[in-house]
Design a protein around this ligand. Structure first.
Ligand SMILES: O=C(O)CCC(=O)C(=O)O
Length: 260
């Protein structure tokens, strides 16, 4: 299926210079850009049905780590973000379990989409992740699951919301809370302790919304899922370098296995 049949190109013309420039300006200003109705309702329904067929293959992981995705460091004082544990639970369907005909995989493997994302990020060229499990993930969250506050270890992530939960499952984001040279521990600590709601924004994640996000500098979380409808989000991984893979430690934690 061509990308034009998957993406709502009337609203989001992928090769339109003005659209890309406008989105790039927002991304540079906010570290996040949200594209509602990027995928039409019909195609989203197909993506959800095809994902539900794969749910039995999902690997469930639970973690208790700091917002830096590391173990708590007792050399910091009690209450410091480097010592404060966040709990997360999610089920992930890995790339190698997603068949070639799955509409989300067709979207991910489209060069037009990759060129568009590169343009929004202001990058000359992007590459798909070399990780045979992590290049494309379908993240499934059930009642009680959540992702605690964290910074990502990559510069950007592309997510596509497929199905919101009945309640909860909100993507909360404290934009650009740190830089490469300033950890801003005080600011991070006030978000972690719930004292900084003025700098936390809920990003709208209706089914079909694409989000391009710099999670290395923005602290973010997914609030606990409520109700019986599972929350489904596709995570599309690209990098500015070719051949980028995840460590064996990350693969074991997230997928429970290593490539044969
Ligand atoms: O599920 C989401 O909306 C965000 C996922 C996320 O924050 C992550 O994988 O780091």
């Amino acid at each position: 299926m061509s990308v034009a049949a998957l993406v709502n190109t009337n609203e989001w013309p992928l090769s339109d210079f003005q659209t890309t420039t406008r989105l790039r300006d927002i991304f540079q200003r906010d570290g996040v850009v949200v594209l509602p109705e990027f995928i039409s309702r019909e195609v989203v329904m197909r993506m959800v049905t095809e994902t539900e067929e794969l749910v039995a293959l999902a690997h469930r992981s639970e973690s208790h780590k700091t917002a830096y995705l590391s173990r708590p460091d007792d050399s910091f004082p009690v209450g410091h973000p480097r010592r404060t544990v966040q709990s997360s639970a999610v089920e992930v369907i890995a790339y190698d379990h997603i068949p070639a005909h799955h509409a989300v995989r067709e979207l991910y493997e489209s060069d037009e989409l990759m060129t568009f994302v590169a343009g929004v990020l202001g990058q000359e060229k992007l590459y798909r992740y070399a990780d045979p499990f992590g290049a494309l993930n379908l993240a499934v969250m059930r009642a009680g699951d959540q992702l605690g506050w964290h910074f990502d270890m990559t510069d950007f992530v592309v997510s596509l919301a497929l199905q919101p939960s009945q309640a909860g499952g909100e993507f909360e984001n404290a934009q650009k809370l740190r830089t490469a040279t300033d950890e801003n521990y005080e600011g991070v600590q006030s978000v972690l302790s719930g004292d900084a709601s003025h700098c936390v924004r809920v990003e709208p994640m209706h089914a079909g919304t694409l989000m391009i996000f710099n999670g290395r500098t923005s602290l973010h979380k997914v609030t606990p899922i409520m109700g019986n409808t599972v929350r489904i989000v596709a995570l599309l991984a690209y990098d500015t370098q070719s051949g980028t893979d995840s460590s064996d430690e990350l693969k074991l934690a997230r997928y429970g296995r290593l490539p044969q």
